[in-house]
Design a protein around this ligand. Structure first.
Ligand code: OX2
Length: 826
């Protein structure tokens, strides 16, 4: 028996008094200031570390429990995480929320004033990054041993501002005031190589093992964010890597002779790797940097995974029993070749044995069907940046194509289609193919998406290996998107259901269904929505100066700007409403507020112009004395997780209007339905599953389904014929063309009109009539508040399926085969 080591004195207590005492002592000893002289950031940081301390103890117990159990771990590799603000979440998860207000009052500060310093880490673009955060939350909540790996971008997703209605991007310096939620772990740093040369291993006649000598070496320094589970003691981590120059990089000799810039060249080059989320890939250096980021993430994470494996295990036979790696889309797929390189070149395993381990270790989630979103990398670039990995890709492809030829003798067409290398003027590596070949399980993110993946994009693979394909429909965490975002509704739900158990068992929301016909409950439901809308109206007025009526129908379209999502279709509807009011000002109309939120990629000119048009339309609508009586258009800048939490609870109508077959799943659709917004949507992504659950009567369906859209395109789609056949559509398009939204200048928005009438890639014009008519039935339904409220209640009641807890359970059962590890109380 070894003697028990001394344990740290328990510094955190579980009473209001102890919390307050810790807070004051942290302010004094950690921050080095006093209550009298503390600034806002001082107060925020002190509160943050005081809450954080309460998670550290749980984290230590989690690590100990994991060490003792030596379980199979899930390692989630993702280039993006959109975590959202941390303070309120961690107050909730440590059950200290209830103390903050009394203590703040005691100390004479406002908690809301401190929260403005709680900057959200914007380490992602949209749905894919937010899904990663929801899954991490649910894994911790379900006690699944898991680590998320990502990149600690110095600058996250840009901040969107509007100048003359145009999107202007500003850098997101999210760590400017420091980030109290992360712990640096410099001892776990890793070295990563790039460029260089490879040579044969004389002892390997097959030439499958080679030696790589990199030409550049960069350090990866990790820090981790704590990911607490709700209602449990488990605290997992997300480990984020930051690039640093290796020690020798500073050129003292050059500095000595006054070449100050050149002296730090290597440092700058190395540290650029984790400088920004998604570097502009319209240029050659931009693309190279992006690929460098991907390999940097993969190389650091795999070394760390192996380090962790070796804490309790030895030998490689058991590796895939203890390690399961989930590849979040194609960004981390170089991990397949990197694990092969580590096993074959560095640890001396034979190719076949290494391949067996690698294939058992990896699984791949695909999030798209859009061909342009399926990454491919030029062979030339890979040969230069990662010469050894390119050789490994060739070898993997060689053995894989042998298998294909065996399965389809004489069919060179299928070989060409399935090859990891895409032939052509510029040969490229198809990352999705590499991912499927190197994985045990491949999954899509909604039923339709998985069906289309297996039927079209990855059809040949699904034919060859049907057992690899799975569907795991996305989900969202009810903690952040219901409990934290919508405290009023949460309270009402808890009151109806008797306790807060629904927060971890969301199907219990079904219990609300029978109350949908209870007038008192409906009234209470409506009051909550009204309250949320009044809060949003006040915030919108503060940020945009536009007054909106909390009693108007709140119609929201919040998501990235992309042609396939069809903000242009929504805008045609807005213009149509405007034209109708102008044509007949005496008629009565259902008052509506249309709220847009979302960013366009900085290089996506068509969508940036559409953003400008949305703002221009808002300007015309909101200042027209007649139109603005019934219609307002608002577009708060810089949509992010924080704003989503504010907008979603106030929404009455959720716009999910992508062209069928294009949106893999969507997750905003789930968040909105869960908060009682009714969906107007196409049969796309998870909309289909939402409609199946809430019932066709409680969902506004319009538009072509995927087969109809495919058929129309095949028959030679002509947007102009739709334009010519529909008076209101023609008027809406002509209103844009006339310069109405550009002070009479017809040129400004001409490209929008040309895109609509020329190609209309996503067939917005074909769905226009069905959409506008459907919006009329929405307006009609709104005039019957009892009916509307009933539908709203049933949406919430029937969306329990869309909890990311269910998603994680499905991953565990179908793909990960991991078991929970319970962490004991202190
Ligand atoms: C998004 C998809 O567009 C969206 O439909 C889905 O809900 C989300 O991922 C989470 O699965 N980048 N972002 C996505 O796909 C890619 C690629």
């Amino acid at each position: 028996m070894t003697e028990a080591r001394p344990r740290p004195r328990r510094t955190v207590g579980d009473s209001l008094e102890e919390f307050e005492r810790d807070l004051i002592s942290n302010l004094y000893y950690q921050r080095g200031t006093t209550i009298e002289s503390a600034s806002g950031p001082d107060g925020y940081h002190t509160l943050a570390v005081t809450v954080r301390d309460r998670l550290v103890d749980r984290y230590a117990r989690t690590a100990a429990a994991h060490y003792a159990a030596n379980p199979r771990f899930v390692y989630y590799l993702s280039a993006e995480y959109l975590l959202g603000r941390q303070l309120r979440q961690n107050l909730l998860y440590t059950d200290t929320e209830r103390w903050v207000r009394p203590i703040a009052e005691d100390l004479g500060v406002s908690p809301e004033a401190l929260e403005v310093y709680d900057v959200e880490p914007g380490l992602g673009n949209g749905g894919l990054g937010r899904l990663a955060a929801c899954l991490m939350d649910s894994m911790a909540t379900l006690d699944i041993p898991a680590v998320g790996y990502g990149i600690r971008y110095e600058f996250g997703i840009f901040k969107q501002t509007f100048r003359d209605g145009k999107q202007v991007e500003r850098p997101d310096d999210w760590t400017f005031y420091g980030n109290p939620w992360e712990f640096p772990a410099p001892d776990d740093r890793q070295l990563v190589g790039f460029y260089g040369t490879t040579v044969a291993d004389p002892k390997d006649p097959e030439n499958l093992r080679r030696k790589w000598t990199p030409g550049e070496t960069v350090r990866g320094e990790p820090s981790h964010m704590l990911v607490p589970g709700y209602g449990t003691q488990t605290v997992n981590i997300i480990r984020l890597w930051q690039a640093r120059a290796s020690r020798e990089s500073f050129d003292l000799a050059r500095f000595g002779v006054g070449q100050y810039v050149e002296a730090v060249d290597d440092i700058v080059r190395a540290e650029n790797i984790s400088k920004v989320l998604y570097p502009d890939d319209s240029t050659e250096p931009g693309r190279e940097l992006r690929l460098k980021q991907q390999y940097f993430l993969v190389a650091c994470s795999l070394r760390d995974i192996i380090r962790r494996y070796r804490l309790r295990n030895s030998g490689w036979e058991g590796f895939a029993d203890k390690v399961v790696i989930q590849l979040n889309d194609t960004h981390p797929v170089m991990a397949v070749t990197e694990l092969m390189r580590l096993l074959v070149d560095e640890h001396g395993l034979g190719w076949d044995e290494a391949w067996g381990i690698t294939r058992r270790t990896f699984n791949y989630t695909c999030h798209t069907l859009l061909p342009e979103a399926l990454e491919t990398w030029p062979v030339q670039l890979l040969e230069r940046l990662l010469p050894r990995h390119m050789e490994i890709v060739y070898a993997i492809n060689h053995f894989f194509l042998e298998e294909v030829r065996q399965a389809y003798p004489g069919d060179e067409d299928v070989v060409r289609r399935m090859s990891i290398i895409q032939e052509g003027d510029e040969r490229r590596v198809r990352m999705a193919h590499l991912a499927v070949v190197g994985s045990t399980a491949v999954n899509g993110v909604a039923e339709l998406h998985t069906k289309l993946l297996a039927g079209t994009t990855l059809h040949d693979f699904a034919q060859l290996w049907p057992e690899r394909f799975h569907n795991v429909t996305n989900g969202v965490t009810p903690r952040r998107f219901l409990r934290m975002a919508n405290p009023a509704l949460s309270e009402l739900i808890t009151e109806m259901l008797g306790d807060e158990g629904w927060l971890t068992d969301l199907e219990r929301l079904h219990g609300l269904g029978p109350h949908a016909d209870d007038p008192a409950f409906r009234a209470a439901w409506r009051d909550v929505k009204r309250h949320n809308k009044a809060g949003l109206a006040a915030a919108v007025e503060r940020s945009t100066g536009v007054l909106i009526d909390p009693d108007a129908l709140c119609d929201v379209m919040i998501k990235r700007f992309h042609e396939y999502k069809r903000q242009q279709l929504k805008l045609l509807h807005v213009i149509t409403m405007m034209n109708r009011i102008r044509a007949d000002p005496q008629a009565t109309y259902v008052p509506r507020t249309v709220l847009f939120g979302g960013k366009a990629a900085p290089g996506y000119h068509a969508m940036k112009l559409l953003i400008e048009l949305v703002n221009a339309v808002a300007g015309v609508v909101n200042t027209d004395p007649v139109v603005s009586r019934y219609l307002r258009v608002v577009f708060p800048a810089d949509y992010n997780v924080t704003k989503a939490q504010f907008i979603i609870p106030a929404a009455d109508l959720s716009e999910q209007i992508s062209l069928a077959g294009k949106e893999a799943s969507g997750t905003g659709n789930m968040k909105l339905a869960l908060n009682g917004a009714l969906t107007i949507g196409t049969l796309d992504g998870a909309n289909i599953e939402i409609r199946d659950r809430v019932g066709a009567d409680n969902f506004f369906l319009f538009g072509m389904d995927t087969p109809a859209a495919t058929a129309l395109r095949r028959s030679g789609y002509s947007p102009r014929s739709f334009y010519e056949a529909d008076f209101e559509l023609r008027l809406a398009v002509d209103t844009i063309a006339s310069g109405t939204f550009a002070k009479g200048d017809r040129d400004v928005f001409a490209p929008v009109v040309d895109a609509m009438l020329g190609r209309d890639e996503y067939m917005a014009l074909a769905d226009y009539r069905s959409y506008v008519d459907c919006q009329d039935t929405v307006a009609e339904a709104w005039t019957d508040p009892d009916r509307w409220t009933r539908m709203s209640i049933l949406n919430t009641a029937r969306c329990g399926f869309f909890s990311s807890d269910r998603t994680v359970r499905e991953y565990c059962e179908q793909i990960w085969k991991v078991d929970p590890v319970r962490v004991g109380e202190a």
